[in-house]
Design a protein around this ligand. Structure first.
Ligand code: SF4
Length: 364
């Protein structure tokens, strides 16, 4: 059974019907089932946010200690054949396009290495005639020599292709379903390879079978009602944890920001709702990695460090070549523009340890 089968039979009605006494009962439990998680996503649970936050904080301390893992994104290309209506890279957007050659990638990566980063995330639009499998293999092999972790956030590939990339040293895959509602998915991905909902949904499973050690999923918050999306995202994370128990599963919380294409989030998510969903997911799945990027403001990121977040990006740029001064259209505007050193200082001031090098895996 794939996750698609589980998704088709999911009943998420409890997010709408739960009462405050249901929330109290769930918060007394040691282990939560999916229905309990739905209760924590409900409107009733929003009245108990302090209690959710306390529980989430204790569980995060228990399973992760006082650590925040830091990573940095590196964009390989902003060319794309897809038509995602919310993205500044969509093939109709008019900004400057750039595809980095392997030496240009190396130059960018060296700047990031010198800053202290050891976990790198490679991103690209979907342009298969340029970002070819061979290109990715060359880039990964090169960066694997310098970085302790090389993760990918590129277009979905086949299991056989993932196997080849894992053999070159890629260990992590980030792939957001963007939106779990098939109707909204079709509306915001009208054509292009990404319009295949099921192929995208199956992607983390193909990467898991290919041996990827880190699988990171997410939904683009603001495209659909958040409680429904978080319910299905939580179900997906729980499925991946159970199926790929040997891998590290993580969830990101990207909220729609200004992308320069004039798209406004139809279902905007407030800070309070973001905090509720993060705490609810932590309580449901205590060992999940939870990731917060520089899309969010510095103050909110600071406040979420002691609650449930375990991984953060820093000093991010969202266009190819930006670290070495090349100009190209960016994917979206970031909010937290602090330097890595500033972020490290804040993490330390909160009594947490910034982690640059992964302790889980030995590369040979
Ligand atoms: S979200 Fe990804 S696939 Fe969609 S247009 Fe942007 S870069 Fe291309």
């Amino acid at each position: 059974m794939s996750f698609l089968d589980a998704l088709k039979t999911a009943n998420i009605g409890r997010t709408k019907t739960a009462q405050i006494e249901d929330v109290d009962a769930v918060l007394k439990k040691d282990r939560l089932c999916f229905n309990d998680y739905l209760v924590l996503l409900s409107d009733a649970a929003s009245q108990k946010l302090e209690d959710l936050a306390q529980r989430a904080r204790l569980l995060t301390l228990k399973h992760f200690g006082k650590t925040i893992q830091l990573y940095v994104p590196l964009y390989l290309s902003n060319e794309c054949d897809n038509a995602c209506v919310y993205c500044g890279f969509n093939h109709k957007a008019v900004g400057k396009r750039l595809f980095l050659s392997v030496p240009e990638v190396e130059k960018e990566a060296e700047i990031l290495y010198q800053k202290g980063f050891r976990h790198i995330l490679l991103l690209s639009g979907e342009k298969r005639d340029k970002v070819t499998l061979n290109y990715l293999k060359e880039v990964i092999s090169l960066l694997h020599k310098r970085f302790d972790s090389v993760s990918l956030e590129v277009f979905p590939l086949s299991e056989a292709e993932y196997k080849q990339l894992a053999a070159c040293g890629a260990d992590g895959l980030t792939i957001y379903q963007e939106v779990y509602s098939p109707t909204i998915y079709n509306n915001v991905h009208p054509y292009g390879p990404k319009s295949d909902y099921e192929f995208r949904l199956d992607t983390p499973e193909r990467a898991g079978k290919a041996g990827f050690y880190r699988l990171n999923i997410g939904a683009l918050l603001g495209l659909a009602p958040w409680q429904e999306e978080m319910a299905l995202l939580g179900l997906h994370a729980a499925y991946l944890k159970k199926t790929f128990w040997q891998s590290q599963i993580a969830v990101s919380f990207p909220r729609l920001t200004d992308t320069g294409v004039g798209f406004k989030a139809p279902y905007p998510v407030s800070d309070r709702q973001l905090i509720q969903m993060i705490c609810a997911l932590r309580i449901f799945q205590p060992t999940l990695g939870l990731v917060l990027s520089t899309r969010e403001k510095a103050e909110l990121r600071n406040n979420l460090i002691p609650l449930a977040i375990t991984q953060m990006s820093a000093e991010s740029k969202t266009s190819p070549g930006a670290y070495s001064g090349l100009e190209a259209e960016q994917q979206f505007e970031i909010s937290d523009k602090r330097s890595l050193q500033e972020i490290v200082k804040v993490i330390a001031q909160k009594g947490y340890e910034p982690v640059f090098k992964d302790w889980d895996r030995i590369f040979i």
